[in-house]
Design a protein around this ligand. Structure first.
Ligand SMILES: Cc1ncc(C[n+]2csc(CCOP(=O)(O)OP(=O)(O)O)c2C)c(N)n1
Ligand SMILES: [Mg+2]
Length: 617
């Protein structure tokens, strides 16, 4: 057999292969890789850098400011694309590579696709130790990039140029597989990037990837239908899998037809429009009173595309019905069978359709459906109260959310957030009308995701009004991709809530009996209290900036800057102590068993009592 071959370096083979991977979006063939984020160093500039230059017209390379920032932007791109498209990230060896490890974990937890291409040490070991090489005394095969292993769905180290052929094929399988989807790391030894090989031409044939929609197993489906028919008080938990399967229309039809209320996780919020009568809103620790009162009573949870993390289940103390049964409708058995749930392995869209067909005209008790609607009406009154305008000198996060919603909310906006007090408030209060209109990274809740995430969302969805809400702490941790957004003309709006510290952790500290210590800036060891001028800081990177002194001023600034051509940062001072009282649920945060502080002893008593409501296993 004589295969036609083409002589390329390994890095050139990677670049060419990536350009040939396509997908189909609404009948249009588009590259599946939206581009490559790159920060070069000696570990990738000569090999990968030269190769990316050659394909720059078809596979754009974007220069970022920080490897974690660029990786977070790439992950946000994939999330905003409902995993249908994704990006690659290349770094040098050592610090550049390890700056991406946190992002790899973020993608791993959130089941989001991203291709990491960090440079690695010389496979031939001739110049060892190279600059930035970590040397293992007892293991010659170890390099810093081994840190990617536990946080990659697939890891490979490329020590010969031909290894890239099976490695890239496997990488594409993992990136596009609905169940295994997550970060892939191909660690590219520097010398091997530059080595030539005669690659089969067929390796570079165009390939169109379409999402696999798994049909449910007949017996699992029958069991799930039977359980739903027998259930007196069923609810649906909508997780991120509903959005990734683009199953919103099927979920709405299902809820309407069978009268089953829907509660949303952080990743699943915006699965149904806020205005849908059976969308009860957020569930769990940051849940609405409407969702949580149903969850307390429910005898049957249909969890669709959810990891059932502790914020969703109220650390497994939320569900109070002894008869509770769980069906896990999920592409991944690992999630589907959690907490003794009946697994229903299926794509969300297909699974909902099949269950609905099996249920026929079956409807949940009308009393249950009516109770849900009444609970929602009651919740909306509480939510309106929390988000109403105010002239307070230091408004609450909820009041800022209300202002952003009034000025710029609506079907065209996408709200981006990740960590701090805001995710809980937004989960309860933000009103998303379109799938993906709410973009919350709350699997890893990584401080610093917000600004970089805004960039990734804007690159994926340029038609949307992207609004990032971020606390002062998260902003300080990672903000430099503002400069990248100016460079790329990928404009979005940042609303920065400055409460002078880690407000949510300070509140958690107080709730667990702790002294106010090391969270708010005023409670830290300091010689001088920092007075950070965030507007000046963002302006120095080229952003349009405003500092506003009240909620009405914020609304005006948001309206006035809506059409700015550049990324805009609006800063407002907020109260670190106020949160929305309505809704919510206990969260398991371990309180010390012994302490000299009376407040800790009291908190411990409350903690031990709360633990009694927890179901285990
Ligand atoms: C990288 C990272 N480090 C630490 C934490 C723990 N943490 C969660 S929220 C938070 C404080 C966030 O402060 P800020 O952004 O100002 O929001 P606020 O709590 O004031 O609303 C911290 C330290 C985290 N989630 N991510
Ligand atoms: Mg803060």
């Amino acid at each position: 057999m004589s295969q036609k071959t083409v002589r390329l370096t390994m890095a050139q083979a990677v670049a060419r292969f990536l350009t040939r991977q396509l997908t189909d979006i609404d009948g249009e063939r588009v590259p599946i890789f939206g581009g490559v984020f790159a920060i070069f160093g000696h570990g990738n500039v000569a090999g990968v850098g030269e190769a990316l230059y050659a394909v720059r017209e078809t596979l754009p390379t974007y220069r970022a400011q920080n490897e974690q920032g660029m990786a977070n932007a790439a992950i946000a791109f994939a999330k905003a694309s409902f995993r249908r498209r994704f990006m690659a990230c290349t770094s040098s060896i050592g610090p550049g590579a390890l700056n991406m490890v946190t992002s790899a974990a973020l993608a791993h937890v959130n089941r989001l696709p991203v291709l990491f291409l960090p440079g690695d040490v010389f496979a031939n070991r001739r110049p060892d130790p190279v600059l930035q090489q970590v040397e293992g005394f007892g293991d010659g095969t170890i390099s810093a990039n081994d840190c990617f292993r536990p946080v990659s769905r697939y890891f490979d180290r490329i020590t010969r140029p031909e290894q890239i052929i099976p490695a890239l094929r496997r990488a594409m399988q993992v990136l596009t597989d609905p169940a295994d989807c997550g970060p892939v790391t191909l660690s590219l030894c520097q010398d091997v990037q530059a080595e030539a090989y005669d690659y089969p031409e067929s390796f570079f044939d165009e390939k169109v990837w379409v999402p696999r929609r798994i049909e449910p197993d007949r017996d699992e489906l029958a069991a799930a239908i039977k359980m739903l028919k027998e259930a007196k008080k069923p609810i649906i938990i909508a997780g991120g899998g509903v959005l990734y399967s683009e199953a919103s229309a099927e979920l709405a039809t299902f809820a309407d037809k069978h009268g089953i209320p829907v509660v949303e996780t952080q990743a699943g919020k915006s699965s149904l429009p806020h205005s849908h009568p059976l969308n009860m809103g957020s569930v769990g620790v940051t849940g609405t009173s409407a969702s949580n009162s149903l969850a307390e009573e429910t005898d049957m949870v249909l969890a669709v595309g959810s990891r059932l993390q502790d914020f969703t289940t109220g650390s497994w103390a939320l569900f109070k019905n002894d008869e509770l049964k769980i069906v896990g409708l999920n592409v991944q058995l690992f999630d589907a069978g959690k907490h003794n749930g009946l697994p229903l392995i299926s794509d969300a869209r297909v699974g909902l359709k099949r269950i609905s067909a099996g249920l026929g005209d079956h409807k949940a008790d009308s009393g249950w459906t009516e109770k849900a609607k009444a609970g929602k009406a009651e919740w909306l009154v509480a939510a309106d109260k929390a988000t109403a305008t105010t002239n307070a000198e230091l408004p609450s996060d909820a009041q800022v959310i209300g202002a952003v919603q009034r000025a710029r909310g609506g079907p065209k906006s996408t709200l981006v957030c990740a960590a701090g007090g805001l995710p809980g408030e937004l989960h309860k209060l933000w009103q998303a009308e379109e799938p993906g209109g709410y973009h919350m990274e709350y699997g890893f809740s990584t401080m610093g995701y917000e600004v970089a995430g805004g960039l990734g969302v804007k690159l994926a969805r340029p038609e949307r009004d992207v609004i990032v809400m971020v606390g002062d702490g998260s902003y300080m941790m990672l903000n430099s991709e503002i400069a990248s957004s100016i460079m790329l003309g990928a404009k979005f709006t940042i609303v920065l809530l400055d409460n002078a510290g880690y407000g949510c952790i300070n509140r958690l500290q107080m709730e667990t009996g702790g002294a106010n210590f090391n969270n708010l800036l005023r409670d830290t060891h300091h010689v001088e209290l920092p007075q950070i001028d965030f507007a000046a800081h963002a302006a120095a990177m080229g952003a349009v900036t405003r500092k506003v002194g009240s909620i009405p001023e914020l609304e005006t600034a948001l309206a006035e800057t809506a059409d700015e051509a550049r990324t805009t940062v609006i800063v407002i001072d907020t109260d670190p102590l106020i949160t929305t009282e309505a809704g919510g649920h206990w969260w398991d945060v371990a309180v010390p068993e012994v302490s000299e502080r009376e407040q800790v002893k009291t908190a411990r008593q409350g903690y031990e009592k709360a633990l009694q409501s927890q179901r285990f296993g």
